[in-house]
Design a protein around this ligand. Structure first.
Ligand code: ADP
Length: 271
């Protein structure tokens, strides 16, 4: 049969990208966009050439979190030149594309049915002059809907390197992220690992950690054990992360690799 010219163009555009990473969550508001943007900042800070694609068509947060809300995209030949984000003096770079850059006002609602979203995502994959990249990080809407399915089908011949899953520690979030695990397995997307976000709060006055979502603390790590996926770490609830995200800056905080020692020993401490 004849080759779909759009798919051929996607393949050509994406062939210059070494790794395509999806960031997925079951629910909204769990910190998926924060993780996607901070991951992109961190990779660029390590000297990588990074692209960040926001396919959350109805709720694009990437322009705010990367401090690029004032930017708009320029046409490059037939397509678009992505917005270049300042990442300092290092070797790395960060190029961003989001529907937020195409809207006349950031407060405009995008009230689109599936097919229109799918066609915009196709444009994002074939018409953006990404150039040569080490990583393209794709921030997706919560759940697994039209946007995810279209990415999977458009990138079928290119291949997605993997997905990073983001959850909060409580059961309502965990049960939805299990669906994302299932989605990845059914669509043959390798799962790079899971991040438990908003996991505990360290008091700035005394340094004591409060397990906000008691008693399900550590649920992300347990889910990883059960589903045999890699636990990438915990990010505490930290006002400095909210401020960094709201003001479009890289967060300098630390992701804890496992249950921190204090919490693991917490029971013995108190007895
Ligand atoms: P999602 O993409 O899952 O809908 P966002 O990444 O937009 O969620 O996060 C929602 C809000 O929570 C943002 O304002 C973000 O800055 C904030 N946030 C995310 N993770 C944390 C955290 N660990 N500590 C503090 N604020 C956070």
């Amino acid at each position: 049969g004849s080759v779909d010219p759009d798919l051929a163009q996607i393949t050509e555009c994406m062939s210059k990208i070494k790794n395509i990473v999806l960031v997925l969550s079951g629910k909204g508001g769990v910190g998926k966009s924060a993780v996607a943007c901070q991951m992109a900042f961190a990779l660029a800070g390590r000297g990588k050439q990074v692209g960040l694609l926001d396919v959350d068509v109805c709720g694009p947060s990437v322009p705010t979190i990367t401090g690029t809300t004032a930017s708009s995209v320029h046409s490059a030949g037939k397509g678009w030149e992505p917005v270049v984000c300042d990442v300092g003096d290092g070797e790395g770079s960060l190029s961003i594309m989001s529907i937020g850059f195409l809207l006349p006002s950031p407060d405009d609602a995008v009230i689109w049915r599936g097919p229109r979203k799918v066609s915009l995502i196709k444009n994002f994959l074939k018409d953006v002059a990404w150039g040569e990249l080490d990583y393209l990080v794709i921030d997706t809407p919560p759940g697994s809907s039209d946007e995810h399915l279209s990415i999977v089908s458009f990138l079928k011949s290119v291949g997605i390197s993997g997905a990073v899953l983001v959850t909060q520690p409580q059961e309502v979030s965990l049960s939805d992220v299990r669906k994302e695990v299932d989605f990845c397995r059914r669509t043959a997307i390798p799962i790079l690992g899971l991040i438990e976000n908003m996991s505990g709060f360290v008091c700035p006055c005394c340094g004591e950690e409060t397990i906000v979502f008691h008693p399900s603390a550590g649920g992300g790590e347990k889910l990883c054990l059960d589903a045999k996926i890699r636990f990438l770490g915990r990010i505490p609830l930290d006002p400095s992360l909210t401020i960094a995200c709201d003001s479009g800056r890289r967060w300098e905080g630390v992701v804890m690799e496992k249950e921190d020692k204090k919490r693991a020993e917490g029971k013995e401490d108190k007895s």
